[in-house]
Ligand binder design. Structure first.
Ligand code: G6P
Length: 611
């Protein structure tokens, strides 16, 4: 989703802005732009539709340099992707603004501004903010006060960065509902939507809180909180290196991230699951007491993270013997839930900034839950800061829009949660040791599964010309089928659906023919025999089956049935993480054959910070 970068420094900031935008590309966008105060102290703006590379070429053709600038990648919400809707937006007298988020009362404000004689050149809600700032600046004099007066009128979510020709040494920054950070440099200061954008220039960051407005100058930073009081926000050092978010030897981030999974899962378990024991303190100092009192679990998430939650539901019930519900955040947030006594509220999110998930957490805090726990990959995120308990997945930066290592580390973290809860609900030390051991074995099993890459690449050639695909699984493997279908549609644009195999005869069987490949995940579990009967139903209708099966599943290749043999001895607790791997690889190879943009699929965003 939209990305913001800004810089005020002793050097020309154009290279910093362009590199920052490049590093934010993964968020998803359709146009890009930059505004800079040039040598003669005037705003110079360039905007282009398409990739950051196109913007860079435009700047190379008409070079511009300066010490103050803001830049943006736009993911269209109000108004189509076009040059005139791209940010920065400019108001009279040289005020420029970039914005991430959605302003809900923009129509009302627009009407009022039109009455005051302001002319609009775009369909965006952002241009309204630019004119509003200009309007207030005329009365209040300085930009900082004008931005504060403007944000007080805005309804919705935003992160804003604003500059003005009148104030050549400052960027004004405001945050409500969308993330933004300040990068503290030596020869200047920087701003961005996330730390990844600024790692080449600094490792020191200040994270704004909700409602903060900041004035970022070359030599100083001033922050006021939502009540207008001076706020002291700590400077933290990022552990990420500038090349943590580079592709390295891989052709795509997604492929790199698929191959990073053994390490990412191992890191997520490091020092938390040791000597056959799980350290529940890893969830935070209050965790032991919370888990002891937990009588039910409500899980909330979006997208791939939701699928991890659905897997966890099966294990929370089977192993910890607690009732567990899972719901998509955008639905949950508009319900009026009845909360059973002592229910733990769990959010799962790679980014920790997904607007619906955050809104659900905020709502849950008023709804009488026992406590809130977030499973998240970004330590500085809003979700982490606003939850009572936290378990960080340690996947490292995930750049490909289609989530891979974030998912398997979430499954691992949720496995730890299941064990932690089970300990307080009847599981003895021996069973705990067994479950912890199963978790520790997952990285090696993923490593073995990655060796199937050649076979899966070959298999993909049979899919690339298909328009639809069906994914089947049963029990805790149904959400894995859902995740496989999501991966395929996200990056190869092949329509894919997932079904619990027992439900086939209630509808999807009508679609099965030779043109509809059916992909099945078949580990050796107690539903295997049922699943095999479901596969017969598909074969009897001429459907082509592709089965990822346990060596002891008793399913072999025959006419219309292609079996890919998975590693041996994958237990039911490990199977969701392990059987996800071939489905990720299948989607990846189909996308390569179709020539789609694997890392930045059309219309999608990595971090969905608007509703
Ligand atoms: C977007 C991403 C998905 C992700 C989902 C939830 O749709 O493209 O990959 O699963 O958001 O994001 P979160 O950061 O909350 O896990």
């Amino acid at each position: 989703m939209c990305g913001i970068v800004g810089a005020v420094a002793d050097r020309n900031v154009i290279p910093i802005l362009i590199e920052g935008l490049r590093r934010l590309e993964y968020r998803g966008y359709d146009s890009a732009g930059v505004a800079i105060l040039n040598g003669s102290g005037q705003l110079s703006r360039q905007r282009t539709v398409g990739k950051v590379r196109v913007l860079q070429e435009a700047i190379e053709e008409t070079p511009v340099a300066g010490h103050l600038g803001i830049a943006h990648t736009r993911w269209a919400t109000h108004g189509a992707p076009s040059e005139r809707n791209a940010h920065p937006h400019i108001s009279r007298d040289g005020i420029a603004i970039v914005h991430n988020g959605i302003i809900e009362n923009h129509e009302e404000l627009r009407e009022e501004l039109a009455g005051l004689g302001y002319e609009f050149t775009s369909e965006t809600d952002t241009e309204v903010i630019a004119h509003r700032i200009h309007h207030h600046k005329q009365k209040l004099g300085d930009l900082f006060r004008a931005v504060r007066a403007t944000v007080a009128e805005l309804e919705g979510a935003y992160a804003l960065a604003v500059i003005s020709e009148d104030e050549p040494d400052s960027i004004i920054l405001a945050r409500a509902g969308c993330p933004v950070v300040i990068g503290v440099g030596t020869d200047g200061n920087f701003v961005a939507s996330d730390v990844a954008a600024l790692l080449p220039v600094t490792r020191r960051f200040i994270f704004l809180e909700e409602g903060d407005v900041a004035e970022v100058r070359r030599q100083s930073i001033r922050i006021l909180d939502h009540e207008g009081n001076t706020a002291r926000r700590p400077v933290s050092e990022s552990a990420l290196s500038a090349d943590a978010a580079e592709k390295g030897e891989y052709s795509h981030y997604m492929l790199k991230e698929i191959h990073e999974q053994p390490r990412a899962v191992a890191q997520t378990l490091d020092e938390r699951a040791v000597g056959g024991k799980l350290l529940e303190a890893a969830f935070g100092p209050l965790a032991t007491e919370v888990f002891r009192r937990t009588e039910a679990v409500q899980i909330i998430a979006c997208g791939t993270s939701f699928h991890a939650g659905v897997v966890a539901k099966y294990f929370v019930e089977q192993i910890a013997r607690l009732p567990c519900w899972v719901e998509i955040a955008s639905e949950y947030r508009y319900r009026n839930p009845v909360v059973p006594r002592n229910t733990l509220f769990v959010t799962i999110s790679q980014s920790g900034e997904t607007a619906d998930t955050l809104a659900a957490l905020r709502m849950a805090k008023q709804a009488g839950y026992l406590s809130s726990l977030s499973i998240c990959n970004v330590p500085e995120s809003s979700l982490v800061r606003e939850s009572d308990l936290v378990l960080l997945t340690r996947a490292g930066p995930e750049i490909g829009v289609a989530s891979t290592k974030a998912f398997t580390t979430q499954l691992t973290a949720l496995g730890m949660l299941v064990v932690a809860l089970a300990k307080f609900h009847g599981t003895d030390a021996e069973r705990e040791r067994g479950l912890v051991q199963r978790l520790i074995e997952i990285p090696a099993l993923i490593e073995k599964t990655l060796h199937l890459d050649g076979q899966i690449r070959e298999l993909a050639t049979r899919f690339a010309d298909k328009r639809h695909a069906l994914f089947l699984g049963r029990g805790q493997m149904h959400p894995i089928a859902m995740e496989g279908a999501l991966k395929l549609k996200e990056i190869s644009y092949i329509h894919a659906e997932a079904y619990p195999a027992g439900e086939l005869k209630h509808g999807p069987l009508a679609l099965v023919d030779a043109e509809m490949p059916v992909i099945v995940v078949a580990p050796n579990n107690d539903l295997l025999e049922k699943l095999k009967s479901n596969l017969q139903e598909v074969r009897a209708r001429g459907g082509e089956l592709y089965v990822f099966a346990d060596p002891d599943a008793g399913i072999s290749s025959s006419e219309g049935v292609t079996v890919i043999t998975m590693p041996k001895h994958v237990s039911h607790f490990q199977a969701p993480a392990v059987y996800t791997i071939p489905l990720q690889l299948l989607a990846y190879h189909c996308a390569i054959l179709k020539g789609t943009d694997v890392d930045q699929p059309r219309n999608l965003a990595k971090s969905v910070t608007v509703e």
